[in-house]
Design a protein around this ligand. Structure first.
Ligand SMILES: [Zn+2]
Length: 260
């Protein structure tokens, strides 16, 4: 069985002490592809270095995370635009990008502008987008709808919305990224996911954040994707092998990953 962790921050310093061992633990459980979303200009070098070290396993994205949209957002974006245009083949997606109104709304306008600009890059370069949304699902869906000209594709990473929001995202051509929240006791996500087509779901950890049960409170890592996959199989009433096959194929299709 093979799994793809479609959203994992393995380049962060949380893993500096044991990164090779941690990657080995994941590979030993069949989780052998790691898609790495960027955060801001300070994370690019470590992200690309990791991809250089593990060219068959790690794949880079480039984008500005909504919580990093501050005073200097325009200069960060113009730097990324140059890199993307010069090396669009290096990157598998524009990400992660999005809207996050959980912490504060002081850069809300700039978040919208940065999102729209990065949607345009994705369409122009024919790359998918990896979208982060917190406290902003209705706004995000309306932004996707406005930008959708038939060329925008991507994933709502760490999806935790309602059934209506899930259906709308799928109607707009998007995939839903399912992570550790699926295993949480009080989560409504299982009831939503149960009613969705497996062909639109991909798996992720968002490591080092949001670990699944039984690792809550600890650092998350890509090996723990397995617990979420087991839970998804149970919810969809499918075998684990089938979940592995479908979600892996979905990710290969969306991100145009090499299949060997
Ligand atoms: Zn993330």
């Amino acid at each position: 069985m093979h799994f793809i962790d479609t959203h994992t921050h393995l380049y962060l310093e949380n893993f500096d002490q044991d990164r090779p061992e941690m990657i080995k633990r994941a590979i030993n459980r069949g989780i052998d592809h790691f898609l790495l979303p960027n955060i801001d200009q300070d994370s690019v070098a470590s992200l690309l270095n990791l991809c250089k070290e593990y060219p068959k396993n790690c794949f880079p994205m480039l984008g500005l995370h909504p919580t990093s949209v501050k005073e200097d957002w325009q200069s960060q974006l113009s730097g990324f635009e140059d890199v993307l245009k010069k090396q669009s083949k290096t990157f598998i997606a524009v990400g992660e990008i999005g809207l996050d109104f959980y912490w504060d709304r002081s850069f809300a306008d700039q978040q919208f502008q940065a999102l729209r600009i990065q949607f345009e890059w994705a369409k122009m370069l024919n790359l998918p987008v990896a979208i982060h949304t917190r406290e902003a699902f209705p706004e995000m869906l309306s932004e996707i709808e406005k930008a959708q000209n038939g060329k925008l594709k991507g994933v709502l990473h760490c999806f935790t919305g309602t059934l209506d929001e899930a259906k709308k995202a799928i109607d707009l051509g998007f995939y839903l990224g399912i992570g550790g929240v699926l295993t949480y006791k009080k989560s409504m996500l299982p009831d939503v996911v149960k009613q969705l087509p497996a062909e639109r779901l991909i798996l992720e950890t968002d490591a080092p954040f949001l670990p699944p049960v039984p690792y809550r409170g600890k650092r998350n890592e890509s090996a723990y994707l397995f617990e979420t996959a087991v839970k998804l199989a149970e919810i969809l009433n499918l075998s684990l092998e089938t979940v592995a096959e479908i979600t892996t194929n979905n990710a290969i299709e969306l991100f145009k990953l090499p299949t060997t």
